[in-house]
Design a protein around this ligand. Sequence first.
Ligand SMILES: Nc1ncnc2c1ncn2[C@@H]1O[C@H](COP(=O)(O)OP(=O)(O)OP(=O)(O)O)[C@@H](O)[C@H]1O
Ligand SMILES: [Mg+2]
Length: 235
Amino acid sequence: MMLEVKNVSSGYGDVQVLRGVDLTVDKGEIVSIVGANGAGKTTLIRTIMGTLPLTEGEIRFQGERINGLPPHTIARLGLAQVMEGRRLFGHMEVEDNLLVGGDILRDPARSRENLEWIYGMFPRLKERRRQLARSFSGGEQQMLAIGRALMTSPKLLLLDEPSIGLAPIMVKDIFGKLPTISARGITILLVEQDVHRSLSMSARGYVLEHGEVVLAGTGSELLDNERLRQAYLGI
Ligand SMILES: Nc1ncnc2c1ncn2[C@@H]1O[C@H](COP(=O)(O)OP(=O)(O)OP(=O)(O)O)[C@@H](O)[C@H]1O
Ligand SMILES: [Mg+2]
């Protein structure tokens, strides 16, 4: 088991958002968390990454308890996140944004190898490596944010709505890279509102409603589930 989230509750001040969430991610899997706006998906990622303390439960990564550890320590264990809004260094060139991601490795050869792999996957980043990140389009910024997370050689990549605000062709392009990332041995936890697309490429998924897991199953079980189809696919 790579990631175990056990009976986790968390929130903001007096506002409880997550309520007793249980989920697991096995090594090598792509697992989706789907749910409506405000369901608590981003809150779950923040809680796993340690930027938001939990109020109940525990989180284990490769068997080791990580809740309570500072976020940079959690990152060093091999978790990397791509958050909504992307948080790039706009005043820096594309390649420098990537290299900053790789700094955590303290291994220039590995960093260089990751960079070449990422440029191979996203040639547009290579073509524009001297451009300032802030002048990138939304889709290019999303590629760069994914690239920067991959520079850290993560064991587990957490993606928060990579499709948000992107044109369909760009969404297709970015989702199309997930199997390539997975094939490199990187486990993926994907948070999405694009329920069909994300469950179609996931081994398993969880449906989050009002901070609770209300459904869990394989990707295809969930896509066949009557309740999910009515609530999220409108069919
Ligand atoms: N910093 C915060 N302070 C107080 N409440 C917050 C904060 N961030 C989120 N919330 C609340 O927590 C709940 C869950 O928010 P969260 O961002 O986790 O939802 P989400 O599932 O990621 O939604 P979306 O799909 O819109 O990104 C919402 O009711 C939201 O208003
Ligand atoms: Mg969110």
